[in-house]
Design a protein around this ligand. Sequence first.
Ligand code: GTP
Length: 666
Amino acid sequence: MMRLKTLGARLVIATIVPLLLVTAMLYPIFRTHLEARLDSSRHGATTLLNAEYDALLHDMNESFNQVLAVAELPILRRHLRNVREGVALKDREDTLEQLAAMLETLVTHFGRYTRLVLIDTTGEELLEAGSRLLPYPTGTRYAQTGVFRGTKRLPPRGLYISAPRLGESRREGKTVTTAVIDIATPVFGQNGQRLGMLLFTLDWHYLTASLPHAIDSGEGVRAVMVDDQGKWLLPNTEEGLRFGDSLADRYPKVWHDLSSQLQGEILLDDDLLLFRTQDIRTAAESNKAGTIVTPPASQPWQLGIVVPRPSLAGLLAESPWQIAVLGLIYLLSVIVGVLWVLSLHRQRYLRRQAMEFSREAQHLSRESQQYAGEVQDLYENAPCGYHSLDSDGRIVKINRTELEWLGYRVDEVIDKWHYRDFVTPDTRAAFDDAFRGVLSAGQEGGAECVLMCRDGTRLPVVIQATAQVIEGCFQYSRATVFDLSERKQLEARLAEQAMVDPLTGLWNRRYLKGQAAKEMARACRRGTSLSLIVIDLDHFKRINDTHGHDVGDLVLQSFADTARTQLREGDILCRMGGEEFIVLLPDTAPEQAMQVAERLRLAVSATPVEIETDVVATVRLAYTASLGVARVAPDEASLEPAIKRADEGLYAAKNAGRNCVHWYAG
Ligand SMILES: Nc1nc2c(ncn2[C@@H]2O[C@H](COP(=O)(O)OP(=O)(O)OP(=O)(O)O)[C@@H](O)[C@H]2O)c(=O)[nH]1
C-alpha cells in the first residue's frame, strides 16, 4: 500500500513536472510571440490614433476655417452694418435673403452643423439659418451665455470653442438630442468696428462618428475621448459609458494613468490603450484662427485607441493546429514523464528484489557455509572412518578419525598411499574383491579387513564402499570404515565364555573337545605322547549335604585353584560337569601322567577349604579326589576312548577306597 501511495505521488509529480518544464520552455517563445503581437498591435493602434487625431483636427480646422470665412463675407458684414445703422428692412431685404440662403446652404451642405446663428454686439440673435426665414430680430438673446461672453472681446479671427455638451440637432427633419459643440467668432467691419459675432453649433457625435476609429471594426477596436476633467466625449458605449460620464469615477486607475502624461500607453486586463493629448487651442496649425479660447477645464482632450491586447488564448485560437501541436507536446511530455517514473519504479523494484535475493543468497551462503562446516566436522570427527579412492585405489580423501586409527598425517597419505597397502595381506583379497565390486556395474562393495597401523597394531574393520559416478564415468569411491576391535573383542570374549566354566574359570567340555583334536593331531604329527587324567572329588554329595551347596561350590573353586598350581603351561584342565574334571597332558607319557596325577591328589588332600560359619570363625574342610589316568592312543579318532579308559581307572580308584590314582591300560 505504501509503495502504491509513493507511486501515485511520483506519477502526480511526473505529470506536473513535464507540464511545468514544457511551459517553461514554451513560455519565452510565446512571450516573444506575444511581444511581437503587442508591438504590432501597438503599431496599429498608434497609426489609428494618429489617423483619428489628424481626422478630428482636420474636421475641426475645416469648421474653424468655415466659421472664419463666413465671418469675413462682405454680405455678412453689410447685413450687420445695416442692422447696426438701422437701415430699413425693405432696403436690406435682398442682402438678408442672400445671407440667409447662403447660411442655409452651408447648413444643409455640411451635415455637421446643427445651428448657424448671427448675433449682434448686444447678444441679440439676428438670424438663425434654416429655422426661421428672415427673422429680425429672432428674440433669442445670447448676452448671458458663455459663448457670447467668451467671444465678445475676441480680436478679429479669434475663435471661441465651447466644451462638447448636450443639445438639440435636426436630423432628417427631426429634432434629436445629441452632443454638440459651439464655435463662435467675432465679426468686424472694414474699419475694424465690431459688428457682432457668428455662432456655429456642430453636431459633435456627427463629427466624432465620422472619425475612422469610432467605427467598431468588429475586431474590438474602440475609441476613447475625454476632456481635461475626464468627461466622456464620445457616444454611449456598450460598457455603459454615456456622453458626459466621468471616466475618473468609472475607471479611476485608467484616468490616473491617462491624466498623468501627455501621451503613452496603458496595459489593461484584456486591452491595450494608446493615447495622446489634443489641445485644440494650440494644435490647430492648419486653421486660419488667430486666438482660440475655450471654457476653463474643457481642454485639452485626451484621445485614445483601445485595441485588444494579444493573449495566449487569442494567439492559440487563431490556429487550431497550434493548439493541437501544443496539446500533443504536453501529452508527449506527460507520457514521457509517466513512462520515466514507471521505468524508475520498475528499476527500483528490480533493484530491491535483487538486494533481497542477494541478502537471501548471503543468508543461504552463510547457512551453507555453516552447514558445510558442520558436515566437514562430522566428516572429520565421525566415529567411523571415511575415505575416498580413485580408480587405482589411491587415497584422495580421508577423515581425521581414520588417520588417527592408522597413525598417519593427511599429507603423508593423500595421493601417496594405495589403501590396500594398509590392509594386512591375509585380508587383502577381501578388500580387492570389494574394490572390484565398487568399480563394477554394481558400484558398491564391502569387506571385513584388518588394517596395519603405523605402530604395528592391527585394526579389524568393516568397509562399505560405493562408487561416485557422474554421467557414467567413475569419479571416486567413497567408503565408510567401522572399527571392529570392540566387536571382535566381544566376540572373542563370548567365545571364550562359551568355553569356560563360570564357577571355577576352568575350560569346559566344549573347549576340551576342540583342543583335544588339535593336541591329538599335534601329538600324532610330532610322535609325542598324550595323556589324560580324569578327576572326581570324593563324597562330594556328602559335602553338599553337610555344609550346603555354597560350600560345595567353594570346594570346587578351591580344587580348580589347587589343580592349576600343580599343572604346567600347556596342560589343559577342564571341568566336565559336577565334581568331575579332566586334565589333558600334551607331550606327556603315561608314567609322567601318573606322577602328575599323584601330585594333584596330594595337593588336594593337603589343601583344605577354609569355611566361614556362624558358630565358629573358620572351619577347615579337607577333601580328597580319586584320579584315573589313561594314554591317548595316536590312532584314535577322538578323545572318548581315552576318557573311557581313564574313567575305568577312576572307577578302580573309587573302589580302592578313594583318594588314590589308578592307571587303566585297556
Ligand atoms: N555344590 C555343588 N555340588 C555339585 C555340583 N555339581 C554336582 N554336584 C553334586 O555332586 C554330588 C556328586 O555326588 P555323587 O555322584 O553321588 O558322588 P560322590 O558323593 O562324590 O561319591 P563318590 O564319587 O562315589 O565319592 C551330587 O550330590 C551333585 O549334586 C556343583 O557344581 N556344585
